[in-house]
Structure formats: structure tokens, C-alpha cells
Write a protein that binds this ligand. Structure first.
Ligand SMILES: C[S@@+](CC[C@H](N)C(=O)[O-])C[C@H]1O[C@@H](n2cnc3c(N)ncnc32)[C@H](O)[C@@H]1O
Length: 265
């Protein structure tokens, strides 16, 4: 397994800390905070460099893929519908965690939903994705962006968590760890929202194409056809949530909303 490595960041690494160096994406760090202090960055997971270097770790390809048009084409024209479905679970003024970057204008739109009183924290394990997301969120003074592995525990709880098309890209053990970490990071009464692939209806005309794409390019995606997202949560933790699932586009996509029960409810 790759080891965490020391980096001299040009951006805040820990978006969760209440440190003066952790600034809104739009504001330059003060001179004191800009002094390059070596910080442990999370290791790039083995599956990411083995399967997805071309998509996420190669800046030239990332620049091509990072447009709303390309993302919408990859999702067969469903990007806006799926974003709206996810965002409809959150409200202005909330503090929401987005545990992995998404190409296109996803983060800006989510920040707009949360409004000037709300806060969006975006994390990702890849430095180039974080740099690009910081630029995108420069116009959102309350947004924070930083490096973190979605599978690692967080040291705080959020009003909401929005996990968009991350689970299908990670192996099974990571699915378990990510679901646990994100549920743990949700406060009582808050929602963890997963939007991702699902098993399309057997008669779906795109089913053979998607199965081929998954076999060739996205080897961890087929599992979401076979397993409920709730089944990746430790049973005792899953019981602390109510679970609601809806499917879209003939079952090819799903939204799962886990709402954390408040004490005494
Ligand atoms: C959210 S997923 C895919 C989203 C969608 N395909 C899109 O349009 O971008 C892609 C991101 O997940 C990140 N990622 C993968 N594994 C991760 C992990 N364990 N923790 C945090 N980020 C991760 C990648 O670096 C990449 O930026």
C-alpha cells in the first residue's frame, strides 16, 4: 500500500480544522499561513492509481473531462437530474461535506444551494483535483477545500454529506469504510446522501453497454447492481438511520438517503 507523503501545500490540507490557515477558497492565506509546512497528505489508494490514473490523476485528461458536457454525456444526459435529486435533500444555511470532487459545476451548484449562510467542505485524495476544485469555488467565500481520504474517520459531524458517484469507483473494502466514515460524520437529524449507479432493469436498452463499460473500465461498479448501499454499513450503525432509496432512468441510477435518528426518536 502507498504511504502518506509529506507535501508543502499551497492550499489548506485539513478543511475540518478551525485553524487560521484554513481559509475560504476565495481568500489568499496570510503570509504567516503561506509558509510551507510539511504536512502528511493521504496516500493515493492503490485502486485509484491502478484503474483511474487516466481519469483523475493525469491533469491533461482531467482538463478534458472536467466539463459539464462530458459529465452529462457519461451519465446519458442525466447529470442535472441527478444533481437536483441529491441537492434537494439539503437546505440553505447547512454545513455539508462533499467527500470527493466531481467534474463539471457540481460543487459550485451545491455551494449555491447552501447559500451564503451555509458551508460546503470538499475533500479529495488527489492533489490535482483539490487544486481544480479550489479554483471553481473561489467565488464562494464560505467553502473549504482540502485533502482527505473518504474512508478515513472525520473529527466532526455535518448537517449533511453528499457522496456523488464515488462508491462505484472503489473496491468492496473501501465501500464499507467510506459508508461507515460518512455515516459517522453525519449529526443526529442530518442526512447522508449517496447518488450512484444501480442495477438497470433487465430490459433496459443500455444494460448490455453499461455492463461492458463496467467490466472494461469500472471494475468496482457492478457490485452496486448486486448490493444495497445500506448493506455496506455496519449493522449497529445502520440501525441509527432511516433509509430511503429511489431509482432513476430505468434503474441505472440510485439515490439513497440515510437520515440519522435523533436521540429519543
Ligand atoms: C467522485 S468520483 C467520480 C465522480 C464523477 N465520475 C465525476 O463526474 O467526476 C471522482 C473523484 O473521487 C476521488 N476519489 C477516489 N477515491 C477517493 C477516496 N478514497 N477518497 C477521496 N476521494 C477519492 C478521485 O480523486 C476523483 O477526484
Amino acid at each position: 500500500m502507498n504511504k502518506p507523503h509529506a507535501v508543502a501545500p499551497e492550499f489548506p490540507l485539513d478543511p475540518l480544522a478551525e485553524d487560521p490557515a484554513v481559509l475560504p477558497a476565495s481568500r489568499p492565506a496570510p503570509v504567516e499561513a503561506q509558509r510551507p509546512t510539511p504536512v502528511l497528505a493521504p496516500a493515493i489508494p492503490e485502486y485509484l492509481s491502478r484503474v483511474y490514473t487516466w481519469a483523475y490523476l493525469t491533469p491533461a485528461y482531467s482538463r478534458f473531462l472536467d466539463t459539464s458536457l462530458v459529465v452529462s454525456a457519461i451519465l446519458w444526459g442525466n447529470m442535472n437530474r441527478l444533481m437536483r435529486a441529491g441537492f434537494s435533500e439539503f437546505e440553505p444555511g447547512q454545513t455539508v461535506l462533499q467527500p470527493a470532487c466531481v467534474y463539471g459545476t457540481f460543487s459550485q451548484k451545491l455551494a449555491e444551494v447552501l447559500g451564503p449562510e451555509g458551508t460546503l467542505h470538499v475533500t479529495d485524495v488527489a492533489t490535482n483535483q483539490i487544486e481544480s476544485c479550489r479554483k471553481k469555488l473561489a467565488g464562494h467565500p464560505t467553502a473549504r477545500v482540502g485533502l482527505a481520504d473518504a474512508a478515513e474517520p472525520r473529527d466532526r459531524q455535518y448537517d449533511g454529506v453528499c457522496c456523488f458517484f464515488l462508491l462505484h469507483e472503489v473496491p468492496e473494502d473501501y465501500k464499507h469504510r467510506i459508508v461507515k466514515s460518512l455515516l459517522d460524520a453525519t449529526r443526529p437529524g442530518g442526512k447522508t446522501v449517496f447518488v450512484d449507479y444501480h442495477g438497470p432493469h433487465w430490459a433496459h436498452p443500455l444494460r448490455p453497454i453499461m455492463i461492458l463499460v463496467w467490466r472494461l473500465l469500472e471494475p468496482f461498479a457492478l457490485a452496486l447492481s448486486e448490493h444495497e448501499i445500506a448493506s455496506y454499513a455496519p449493522p449497529a450503525l445502520a440501525k441509527q438511520f432511516t433509509w430511503r432509496k429511489s431509482t432513476f432512468f430505468g434503474g441505472l441510477y440510485q439515490k439513497v438517503v440515510a437520515t440519522r435518528l435523533s436521540p429519543g426518536s
